[in-house]
Design a binder for this molecule. Structure first.
Ligand code: BEZ
Length: 189
């Protein structure tokens, strides 16, 4: 699959007739909501874990030196905590462009802290997109991140902001925090 997913996502019209739809964020969407929203609530989805397995040559890296950004990997029984935003379907015009580098917009069950469940959407970069980098050791991932920067800033800052946002949510994410530790120990070399 091409890394440019705008056309595929804009054909995902399941919620187009709804007045509003929940979007689940597990990465930069937790701390950076650069779109209008009606409501936001901490939430979780099941059977997914965060991984820095997607390449970024348009935001946190370049085609010559891609960065690594989050996607979700399927893991039965896992819980991924994040932030859900209630938005109008029109916002996807902007979001699909922002997340065009290999992310598909898929439907999912979203659960709030009080147990309420709704159907909503999330973005995931699967291994069949051409920007996918896949697994590597956390040391290798941190080394690649430490060396990458792109139009949206350094890849390192992306991880450090994310780790801070996850702590504020009360989320203990071993993968993210391990890479944060490597980055802090390496300094900015
Ligand atoms: C998110 O924060 O949910 C997100 C991460 C990567 C791409 C799109 C959305």
């Amino acid at each position: 699959m091409s890394a440019n997913t705008i056309d595929i996502n804009q054909r995902m019209n399941r919620f187009d007739r709804h007045h509003s739809v929940w979007l689940f964020g597990y990465g930069s969407l937790i701390y950076k909501a650069d779109f209008p929203f009606i409501q936001r609530r901490p939430a979780r989805i099941h059977h997914w874990v965060r991984r820095f397995w997607q390449g970024s040559h348009d935001h946190r890296g370049t085609p010559e030196a891609p960065g690594r950004v989050l996607t979700l990997a399927s893991q039965p029984g896992a819980v991924c905590e994040g932030m859900a935003y209630l938005i109008t379907p029109q916002e996807f015009e902007h979001l699909d462009r922002r997340e065009k580098n290999g992310y598909l917009r898929l439907a999912t069950a979203i659960e709030f802290a009080d147990g309420e469940q709704v159907e909503g959407l999330f973005y995931v970069a699967r291994e069949d997109n051409s920007a996918y980098l896949g697994p590597a050791t956390e040391t290798e991932i941190a080394a690649q991140i430490a060396a990458a920067q792109g139009p949206s800033g350094s890849n390192r800052d992306y991880v450090l902001h994310l780790a801070t946002a996850l702590r504020q949510l009360g989320e203990d994410d071993a993968h993210v925090f391990a890479i944060e530790r490597y980055l802090n120990n390496r300094g900015t070399d």
